[in-house]
Design a protein around this ligand. Structure first.
Ligand code: FES
Length: 315
């Protein structure tokens, strides 16, 4: 994966839990442009390991002068967001991947309905700019339980077609009303907690939306779990995976080459064949089918873990 060494040129606290970071080329050279919904993977040194977290770009896709991301601090997570909040400052150099996009707008759509919850607003911020520039019709709905939890409000522009729904204020999001009455050819995009994504998909199906017009991106991080070991089939090397480390991170730390993009179990890039398995793979991804999970012949190292005595990977 191509990488860029960038300078942190701004760090801004948007709310007590959310910071915005801006990265620019240290020589002022233009950065590769991207499309709305794209993400970058940020490398964070952490002791003897490098953590890599993927974040949606929230800046203008057509502005090559810098990339911006918003990071919500998760104190119960594995430390990536805490590192960004406590250890990254203006003037630092940071390594990021070139942008990749797993959540693109379908520009053939007649209209776009964007639905976000929590920090799941971030991929829409670059998409709004793309839609504004292309003069495509859209509306955005952003939901949160309370204003205190609505970290994304600080990132949203004020406009008539941008709606904020705060349940605590009696303004709960009504998906039936939001998804009804759009012209044929409208596409809906959801980002946020899995419950929201499932609710939108359910409601869209009930109203007869074609599945090809329903898009989503879940925000997931690898869950911690019990430590385990894997064996690399080509070399016989054994790699230990710590409790707070993903299998992908452990393989990277051990110098084993493995492809990735989303690091959240959604893109399929890290799919790895299993050559021996004596135990149970905990499939935490959104990529493998139910049959593939049951067969235990594939694993997605960015998200999934293992309990048992022997797991050998075709690497
Ligand atoms: S890196 Fe995307 S599914 Fe693993």
């Amino acid at each position: 994966m191509s990488k860029l060494a960038l300078k942190v040129t701004a760090v801004e606290e948007l709310t007590p839990l959310v910071k915005r970071f801006r990265f620019e080329d240290p020589t002022g050279a233009p950065l590769p442009v991207f499309s709305g919904g794209a993400h970058i993977t940020v490398e964070m040194p952490d002791g003897d390991t490098i953590r890599r977290n993927s974040y949606s770009l929230i800046s203008d896709p057509y502005d090559p002068s810098g990339y911006e991301i918003a990071v919500r601090r998760e104190d119960t997570g594995r430390g990536g967001s805490r590192h960004m909040h406590t250890a990254v400052a203006e003037g630092d150099t940071i390594t990021v991947s070139v942008p990749a996009n797993l959540f693109q707008l379908d520009l053939r759509a007649r209209k776009h309905v964007l639905i976000g919850g929590g920090i799941g607003i971030t991929p829409f911020l670059s998409q709004l700019r793309q839609l504004d520039r292309a003069q495509q019709p859209y509306e955005l709905h952003y939901a949160a339980r309370s204003r205190a939890e609505a970290a994304g409000i600080a990132l949203l522009p004020q406009a008539a077609h941008i709606h904020v729904h705060i349940s605590e204020e009696g303004n709960r999001m009504d998906l039936g009303a939001i998804l009804d009455g759009h012209p044929l050819g409208t596409h809906v995009y959801t980002c946020g907690p899995e419950g929201l994504i499932a609710a939108v998909a359910d409601q869209a199906a009930r109203l007869g939306w074609p599945t090809s017009a329903v898009h989503s991106e879940a925000f997931t991080a690898p869950p911690p779990g019990e430590p385990f070991e894997v064996t690399i089939a080509s070399t016989g090397q054994t790699v230990a995976v710590k409790a707070d480390q993903s299998l992908l991170e452990a393989l990277e730390q051990a110098g084993v080459e493995i492809d990735y993009s989303c690091r959240g179990g959604a893109c399929g890039r890290c799919e790895t064949a299993v050559t021996a398995c004596d135990g149970q793979i905990e499939h935490n991804d959104h990529w493998l089918s139910a049959d593939e999970r049951a067969a235990q012949t594939k694993i997605m190292p960015c998200m999934s873990r293992f309990t048992g005595t022997r797991l050998e990977l075709d690497l």
